[in-house]
Structure formats: C-alpha cells, structure tokens
Design a protein around this ligand. Structure first.
Ligand code: PXG
Length: 442
C-alpha cells in the first residue's frame, strides 16, 4: 500500500458528491484509499469487506492483475483513437467477444461510457428503428414504476423513482409506466422468484389499449430491479411481457446494467429467465467498474434496418467521443479474460443456495420485514423508523462500515451484491455483521 494511506484531503467542500448526503459525509468522511480482491482499505488502514462490489460493478473483485496489466499496456501503446469514422483493433475484438457471450440472437453491440448512456442509446435505437422501418408513429416508451435507468433525461423519464424525477420538469413526453411488482403482503421472504404477480405484466395490455400499439416503440425494464431495493420478477412475468410485446410489435429492452456479467449466476439475466429481449443495455461489470464503459446489444433485425441507403452516409446519428475507446476496451478485454479463467459468470449459481440460506437466516432479526434474493443479489427490507424513513437503514450502513463491511442502502432496504469471487466464510462475515448492526441501530 502506498504511503498516501494516512493523508486525508484537507478541504472537502469543493467536490459536490453524487447521490450523497454531502453534509453528513463531510462531517465524518468515509474515505477509501486502496483495494484488493474482496476488500477495500479505509483511510485509517482498516480492511473493509466489500458487500456491494463497489456499486454493483466490481464483479471480479478489486485490482485484478489481468485488468490492471491490460490498462497499463494499452496506455503506452494507443491512448486514444477517434471513435467516429476510425477504428482500432481492440474494440472490434471486444465486440466479437461480447456477442459470443451474449444470448445468441444479439449479434451487434454499440459502446457507451455508462449505464445512463447505454439507456439513452437503447431508447434512441428503438425510436429510430421503428422510423427506419416506416413506423414513425411508434414514439411512446414504456417504463415501470420503481425502475432505475440512470440519470439522464430519457432514463429518468422511463424510470420510476420519484426522487430522481420530481425536480426535473416535464421530462420526455409520450412515456407511460407499468406498475412495479413489489407485493410484500403475498411474496414476503420468498427465496428467488416470487409466486405472485405475473399478471402484473398484463397491465401492458391495458396500456396498449389506452394508447394503441401503433404508438408504442418499446418497453424497458430491469429484469431484476436493483436500485429501488431489489425487486425480483414474479415467476413467468418477464415471459409474459415478451409475449405481449411480440403480439403488438413492441421492442423489449432489458436494462442489464446490474444483472449483466454474472450477477445472477448466468452471463446475462436474459439467460437466467430464458427470455429474448430485442435490446440489452449493460455497463458496470463490463469493465469490472475499473474504466467507465457501457455496451448496448441489439439483434440483427434492428441493426440491419439501419444498413440501407448510400454506403458513404452515416447510418445512425449517435455516439460518444469515448465510445469504445482503447483504454476502456483493454480494460473490458482484461475483465472478460478474468471472468473466463475463473468461471466467474456462473460462480453466482454455485453460491446462490449458500447465499440464500445466509440471507434468510436474518429473518427473525430486529427491524427486518422482508428478505429477497436471486443469484448473488440480496435485499433485507427494514421497518422504517417511525416518522423518519431511510434513517434506520442509513445508520446501519454507517455502523457496518465502522465494523468493516461495505453494504448499500436505498430507502429502508439493505442491498447486497458482493464481488463474484466471494468465499463462503466471507458471506458469513457479511451477514453476521448485518445481524450485529441491526441489533444495535434504533
Ligand atoms: N440502469 C440500471 C439498471 C442501473 O442499475 C444505470 C442504468 C445507470 O448507470 P450509470 O453507470 O450511469 O450510473 C444503473 C446504475 C445502487 C446504485 O446502489 C445503482 C446504480 C448506480 C449507482 C448506485 O443501487 N445503477
């Protein structure tokens, strides 16, 4: 570890931190100064067990050698190549590797720099696809209550988390929302996919009846809703959505920014649920979180709809300066190598039962009102403190950090999503810490 370990910045006010209680943080900062495998190192030198894979992204664990080396080499070889009208070999190699890994029907990929950009890209592809096919009247985008699709305008429009939307005016027009699938009265403490709620997919029929199918371009959902506090789709729900979309010529977009790259014990959630989305958005685990990058997968049908007209013309007016840039491409290739060599994209399936047992052992712990799990994702929902929603979970988060574990909270829900390299004794440590912390918070 470097000798910078104990050096704390002396002024914290300049940096307006994202999605952070800035004033609370700056009074008692939680600084991370190092990381290796399953652990962070805090500024006071303590090792912190990472129960959240950073922000759901460090799937292979921290500072993995293949990834570090790939970045180091790339930085000295080709730093940047223009993304438009020029190419470099690694981005093509990456695209090939990714479509090999993705479900069979997804054969083309575009690159972005974040999950939010992947979502904007997917929504724009959906609209433009219909227009290219002569169906320009399909302009509506359907999201879902409690959905999280990043923070850009398209994403918050189809998203369904009120605090992410309410400050920002009219958003996109022509958007409607499916109901969320959280049915605690019927499904509390379910292991894996809940029994009740597949019929909520039929709400799409109601939306189609209201707006007419000829106005609807796409439906976007997270296969497992993450940020809102882990809502696992009821059995049969996603297949039903697919059927209704097919019936009405509507594209189905899976936002796999969290579920992509092994989180459920399969490479993608589309594999886990055996559903074929038309478009899949990813980011996070694509580069193990090390360098920002996202990827959007599409079918041949969508891709080929654009490959018309004179060949010297740009087919799709969209892209970013850093789309598929060499450093991110190298990081992604190093990440895919690491996943493959260590079998990480299916390791979640091997650990899923142990993980589920450990989580559900918290059932009778103080404050707990529901526990949910799938793959290597877990959620522990707490009874909110009277009159002070979110405070109890936030206190648990702060206390867990003091006790050497990084957990994540959203509202009064603790969400856990450790790196896929976690060992069973570390699962025990994480869950025991949560148990202790819940015994201590008011
Ligand atoms: N879609 C989904 C499904 C996501 O989970 C994004 C899009 C946006 O990705 P970017 O890279 O633009 O942040 C996300 C991001 C949390 C948490 O703790 C979740 C996300 C980001 C930060 C925190 O739940 N998801």
């Amino acid at each position: 570890m470097s000798n910078r370990l104990n050096v704390a910045p002396n002024d914290l006010s300049a940096f307006w931190m994202p999605f952070t209680a800035n004033r609370q943080f700056k009074k008692a900062p939680r600084m991370l100064v190092g990381a290796q495998d399953m652990h962070y190192v805090a500024a006071d030198g303590r090792k912190i067990l990472d129960g959240t894979a950073g922000l759901w992204c460090v799937n292979a664990g921290h500072c993995r050698p293949k990834i570090t080396e790939a970045i180091r080499e790339q930085a000295g070889e080709l730093d940047y190549a223009p993304a438009f009208q020029m190419g470099h070999p690694k981005v093509f190699e990456l695209a090939n590797r990714l479509v090999d890994l993705a479900p069979d029907h997804l054969n083309h990929v575009m690159f972005t720099n974040s999950g939010s950009e992947s979502v904007e890209t997917a929504l724009k592809v959906a609209l433009a696809y219909h227009r290219a096919k002569g169906n320009g009247s399909r302009f509506r985008l359907i999201g879902r209550e409690r959905g999280y699709h990043g923070v850009n305008f398209g994403g918050i429009s189809v998203g369904g988390i009120v605090s992410n939307r309410k400050m920002f005016g009219t958003l996109l027009t022509g958007v409607d929302h499916l109901p969320h699938t959280h049915l605690p009265a019927k499904n509390a403490y379910t292991r894996g996919e809940p029994e009740h709620g597949a019929d909520l997919a039929d709400e799409l029929e109601r939306i189609v009846t209201l707006h007419d199918a000829s106005t609807i371009a796409a439906v976007i959902v997270e296969p497992v809703a993450g940020s809102t506090g882990v809502l696992i789709p009821p059995k049969g729900y996603l297949k039903r959505l697919r059927e209704i979309c097919d019936k009405h010529g509507i594209l189905l977009i899976f936002d796999e920014v969290i579920t992509g790259f092994g989180r459920l014990g399969t490479p993608f959630a589309a594999d886990y649920f055996d559903v074929k989305p038309d478009i899949v958005t990813t980011a996070k685990g694509l580069t193990n979180g090390v360098i920002p990058m996202g990827a959007v997968f599409v079918t041949d049908e969508i891709h080929n709809a654009f490959m018309t007209g004179p060949e010297h013309l740009i087919e799709f007016f969209h892209g970013y300066t850093y789309s598929g840039n060499p450093m991110a491409s190298a990081a992604a290739l190093g990440t895919l190598d690491t996943y493959r060599e260590e079998g990480l994209l299916t390791r979640g399936a091997e650990l899923a039962d142990y993980w589920a047992d450990a989580l559900h052992s918290l059932k009778d712990t103080r404050h707990v009102i529901d526990i949910r799990n799938i793959g290597l994702i877990g959620a522990i929902e707490l009874e909110p403190a009277a009159g002070e929603p979110t405070k109890r979970a936030f206190s648990a988060f702060v206390k867990a950090f003091e006790k050497g574990c990084l957990i994540r909270t959203t509202g009064d829900i603790i969400a856990l999503s450790p790196p896929l390299i976690i060992e069973k004794n570390q699962i025990d440590e994480l869950i025991d810490t949560v148990r202790t912390v819940l015994g201590e918070v008011d």
